[in-house]
Design a protein around this ligand. Structure first.
Ligand SMILES: NC(=O)c1ccc[n+]([C@@H]2O[C@H](COP(=O)([O-])OP(=O)(O)OC[C@H]3O[C@@H](n4cnc5c(N)ncnc54)[C@H](OP(=O)(O)O)[C@@H]3O)[C@@H](O)[C@H]2O)c1
Length: 284
């Protein structure tokens, strides 16, 4: 019996496999999947079982999930195909006899007005009806901001449409560790965890934190969602993704990416990484 991590080639999946290993799970007890196993050859070299799984190809899934006890279903990237893909993965987890599926959903998936939310709530509902499950409702990644630091520093401004909304972002590593905890300990069946960083911030506060870390003046430019989508498109982000991201910012302006649940801190057993720590790590 093994722990299966889907999308193990992705940034969150990779960190989750590492977190499982750090928590003492033997490599041979972990199955890492990707659509392209050459992308996770490094895990195979360390003794992790590596298998091909493409949710768009249901025939690839029985062999990929064979022997699965607990499975982490990491939400996929193609938003318009997401629900159908996730349903196929859930069906395969049922057929494999998995005892628990953890799903990386989004914060407040059931009430959020963000355009991304319905794909997550539909997946949650399908999963809940079929298997013992746990919802890891991940908040925004701090890396969504820190990965933009070179452009922010170059332009001297952090732009967005989140207004005065408070954002409980956390690092992928903290979300990954929370996933590893629910995959390796008992008592999570039926739970819905609203996961976010301990230190919520507004965009303006984040701009101030970047200024403090770099000694550079960083202004905060508040845009409408439409103007932010245009800015992202102009910077080379595909139009569809730009609108999804701008709409997420609009939802953030209404505090929809804020949580004070403390679930993430409690699951990982330590304070979450702060925005200042994430900025410092990205500048190193
Ligand atoms: N909370 C946030 O701020 C935030 C931001 C962005 C995204 N997300 C969500 O969180 C997920 C994980 O984040 P991340 O940073 O790890 O994303 P990422 O690095 O882009 O990884 C995405 C993963 O999705 C897998 N995937 C895509 N289509 C698939 C399919 N048809 N079948 C199986 N796997 C498929 C990819 O695997 P292969 O290509 O190797 O098969 C890849 O490993 C994303 O996919 C997205 O749903 C959250």
């Amino acid at each position: 019996m093994s722990i299966v991590v889907t999308a193990a080639s992705g940034q969150l999946g990779r960190l989750t496999v590492e977190a499982l290993l750090n928590r003492g799970v033997p490599a041979s007890g972990i199955v890492a999947t990707s659509r392209d196993i050459t992308r996770i050859k490094d895990f195979a070299d360390r003794g992790v079982v590596v298998r091909r799984a493409d949710f768009a190809e249901p025939d690839s899934l029985p062999a990929a999930f064979e022997g699965a006890d607990r499975l982490l279903l990491i939400s996929t990237t193609t938003v318009n195909e997401r629900v159908a893909n996730h349903r196929r993965a859930i069906d395969a987890a049922v057929a494999a006899g998995a005892s628990l599926v953890a799903y990386t959903s989004m914060l407040r998936a059931d009430t959020s007005t963000a355009s991304l939310a319905p794909t997550h709530s539909a997946t949650e509902e399908y999963l809940r009806e079929r298997l013992p499950s746990v919802m890891l409702r991940n908040g925004w990644y701090l890396e969504n901001y820190t990965s933009q630091l070179p452009q922010v520093l170059q332009g001297g401004a952090l732009a967005g449409a989140a207004g005065q909304g408070r954002i409980s972002a956390a690092t992928r590593a903290d979300y990954a560790d929370a996933a590893a905890v629910v995959l390796t300990t008992d008592g999570h069946d039926g739970k819905v965890y609203e996961l976010g960083g301990d230190e919520a911030f507004t965009l303006a506060e984040l701009a101030t934190a970047i200024s403090a870390a770099t000694g550079r003046r960083i202004d905060c430019t508040h845009l409408t969602a439409d103007a932010f989508a245009q800015l992202l498109t102009g910077a080379g982000v595909p139009a569809e993704l730009a609108h999804v991201l701008a709409d997420a910012d609009r939802a953030m302006s209404q505090d929809e990416m804020f949580t004070d649940s403390g679930d993430l801190r409690r699951l990982i057993g330590r304070p979450t990484a702060t925005p200042a720590e994430a900025i410092a790590a990205a500048l190193r």
